[in-house]
Design a protein around this ligand. Sequence first.
Ligand SMILES: [Zn+2]
Length: 287
Amino acid sequence: MPSIIALRHNRSMLKSLLDRLRPAAHVRIDDDLWRTTLDSLPFVARLDHDDRRRLRDLAQQFLADKEFAAAGRLQLTAPMQVSIAAQACLPVLRLGLGAYRGWTSIVVYPDEFLVPREVTDEAGIVHEYVDQLAGEAWDGGPLLLSWADARAVGPEYNVVIHEFTHKIDMVNGDADGLPPFDRRLHPRLAAGRWRAALHDAFERLNAELDLIESEIPPDVDPDSPEANRYYARLPLDAYAATDPGEFFAVSSEAFFVSPARLRDAFPEWYALLAEFFLQDPLGTAGA
Ligand SMILES: [Zn+2]
């Protein structure tokens, strides 16, 4: 007698067969729009002709797979979506879009947005506060971006790469700085080696940060522009010292947009990132 489980199983097999037969949705990025998008992203200038074509193919498939939504009063335009897609696809140029599996939505805000938070301290008291964010990646949920920040592709800052790197990290659980390794693509990467290099670089950055903070005169507010010249000595944005997950995301931003400083400060960590992303922005680590 066929069981309900068997019937369900047959149905899901049929559904997966139909899904496979159904032509995949396709988006084509206009030639002029693609050109102006790449011109606005100086860090993709290093890509050769084949890699640019690969980035465009990925961005087109990305736009077909993901759903964009506008928050606030933002008018979400094609150039915004293509810019976000191009930046998001750079880290997965060789990993493929499977690195962004398990979630669909990208919510774009006009500017920084506010997120209410609650933390419970050791005494059990709940503290409520509001975070002002340029981007956030939710585990299993949407990715949120401020367009004002996503378009500001500075030499050391890239909120799109930052948040999408968190998404890659979350494929195998928490955003803890240990992304998933693929046996075929990463035959030499192992969690132990990765964690040791990450820990070493993270601790060194924290030690440098402690030293800098001890040198800031007491009459200078650490959050003021005046304190920035002290923090400028750090090889990475101080936010990387928050935890290993943020270290991975901030150093991945640097890896793609200002790689030389990262390589000089943390050569072993740089080489591992090149091995993971299967790209070497400086063309030196043999990736
Ligand atoms: Zn982050």
